[in-house]
Design a protein around this ligand. Structure first.
Ligand code: KG4
Ligand code: ZN
Length: 341
């Protein structure tokens, strides 16, 4: 069964063809990073406009690269949330129109849950359930226990900022560029992760996360080092910081986020003893997070190649396969920016 996946929830226009939820036949991602980098973050209106220009050529290319034609596509899966409304609208309207025109079943897919399915691509043997998944992206931070493809329990989630969002905001303060995750990781390599001690949130549910306090703590430390008070504009502080200070702040910040994520994942692993532990989402591309989890947990950690950790449509098509009985009338498909797993 060939499924065409369509993804436009944020700043990547993507389409892919996946066979039987596992075999990747094509994967096309038109990234808008350059478009948004000049602003230090995603501008929703620009993202939506760019999706309009890119979506049809990206879908056409995915079909061409898979060396198939429309008659060999069995269904269309599309991310209908969560994400930016204007961006989601382009993907959902395109997928619904194509489903109608080409008479294909249409499968709505939750973007955050789909991140797990990047780990089902091109594998030799299926991952064993129950699966404990740490899904860490620019918009979400969740610890989820999957009993099977249709039954999951959210053990904890962020109360405020997502882990990736914290990386992006701190990178902006330190003038390291966008997206912040890889930029912080690179700067941190030359920094001292023990230079500064930042607070970790203590929450009533030990599997919940909160990164807003950490963000403020890093900002206050940067202000202190720059010799400025809290009234100083956060985006100009970097001019009064030297390279070592920036690298130390990046390393200490990254260590705090990773220690927090690893501690909760380890506790959940010890409590629920899952068969498989997976990290997914853009932040799962972080090498130190991977290494620390590998070191701390007595189980092999599963993670996808980096291009499948960040947003892509292959994960949408792969999840669509397991949700193939949950089709929707194209006229009833709605984009939902706050869709929750
Ligand atoms: O999953 P994703 O592509 O988009 C969302 O669904 O949000 O995740 C993007 C996030 C960004 O916040 C980016 O800074 C972060 O993933 N990221 C990283 C790394 N690579 C990407 N964070 C930490 N370390 C990385 N190497
Ligand atoms: Zn994502």
């Amino acid at each position: 069964m060939n499924i065409l996946g369509v993804e436009t929830s944020c700043d990547e226009t993507a389409a892919a063809i996946v066979e039987d939820g596992i075999k990747l036949r094509s994967n096309v991602v038109a990234s808008q990073i350059e478009l948004h980098a000049q602003y230090g973050g995603v501008i929703p209106e620009l993202a939506a406009r760019s999706h309009i220009a890119e979506i049809l050529p990206v879908i056409q290319l995915a079909i061409k690269q898979a060396e198939i034609d429309w008659s060999q596509i069995d269904a269309i899966a599309v991310a209908n949330g969560p994400g930016l409304l204007g961006s989601l609208l382009i993907g959902t309207l395109t997928a619904a129109t194509l489903a109608e025109l080409k008479a294909k079943p249409l499968i709505p897919v939750d973007h955050v849950e789909a991140h797990l399915y990047a780990n089902f691509l091109n594998i030799d043997k299926p991952l064993k359930f129950p699966i404990l998944a740490l899904i860490v992206s620019g918009g979400h931070t969740q610890l989820v226990l999957f009993k099977n493809h249709h039954n999951h329990r959210i053990l904890g989630q962020t109360r405020d900022d997502a882990a990736g969002e914290a990386f992006d905001k701190i990178a902006k303060i330190l003038n390291l560029g966008y997206p912040g995750g890889p930029a912080i990781a690179t700067a941190a390599q030359s920094g001292n992760a023990l230079a500064y001690t930042f607070p970790k949130a203590k929450l009533s549910n030990r599997f919940d996360f909160s990164f807003s306090g950490l963000k403020t703590a890093v900002l206050r430390q940067a202000q202190l080092l720059a010799g400025k008070d809290f009234r100083a504009l956060s985006t100009t502080l970097y001019k009064n910081l030297n390279k070592t200070q920036v690298q130390d702040l990046a390393a200490s910040f990254q260590k705090t986020v990773i220690d927090t994520l690893v501690k909760s994942t380890k506790q959940a692993f010890e409590l629920y003893r899952p068969q498989t532990v997976v990290i997914a989402g853009g932040v799962a591309a972080n090498q130190l997070l991977r290494e620390t989890l590998r070191h701390e947990l007595s189980i092999q950690i599963q993670y996808a190649p980096i291009e499948f950790c960040t947003d892509n449509a292959a994960m949408i098509a792969a999840m669509g396969y397991y949700q193939r009985n949950k089709t929707i009338d194209p006229k009833k498909l709605q984009a939902n920016p706050v869709l929750s797993m």
